[in-house]
Design a protein around this ligand. Structure first.
Ligand SMILES: [Cu+2]
Length: 113
């Protein structure tokens, strides 16, 4: 009886987690400089609850994020990117995180090498 109930809960959980398609949002990330920035953002967003995937386009400096709107929202994603050290739309990069970035990832960094 107990097992049956647990199975039912599991099936329901799986149904709900798979039933909803993630939303897609594109965020301007104009301060990215290089492939490491790309990795920093993609790896950083992976840790954010509700984000199912992201792709940073280096040439257009746009980050596409797949997320579940019942778990997170665009403002939280912007804040997360800022916390990694990059500007996200109109949200400025967190200054402490930005300072901690490798030199190549700071604005104009690739030109200084
Ligand atoms: Cu970089």
């Amino acid at each position: 009886m107990k097992i049956k109930r647990i199975t039912l809960i599991l099936i329901t959980a799986i149904f709900y987690s798979c039933g909803e398609e993630p939303d897609k949002v594109t965020i301007e990330t104009p301060s990215i400089q290089c492939g490491m920035c790309q990795k920093n953002i993609e790896m950083g967003l992976k840790k954010i609850k509700g984000v199912s995937g992201s792709n940073v386009d280096l040439s257009s400096k746009v980050t596409t994020v797949l997320y579940y709107k019942e778990k997170t929202d665009v403002a939280s994603i912007e804040k997360a990117i800022s916390g990694i050290g990059y500007q996200a739309n109109t949200v400025a990069a967190d200054s402490v995180a930005y300072e901690a970035l490798p030199a190549c990832c700071k604005i104009g960094g690739m030109e200084k090498i």
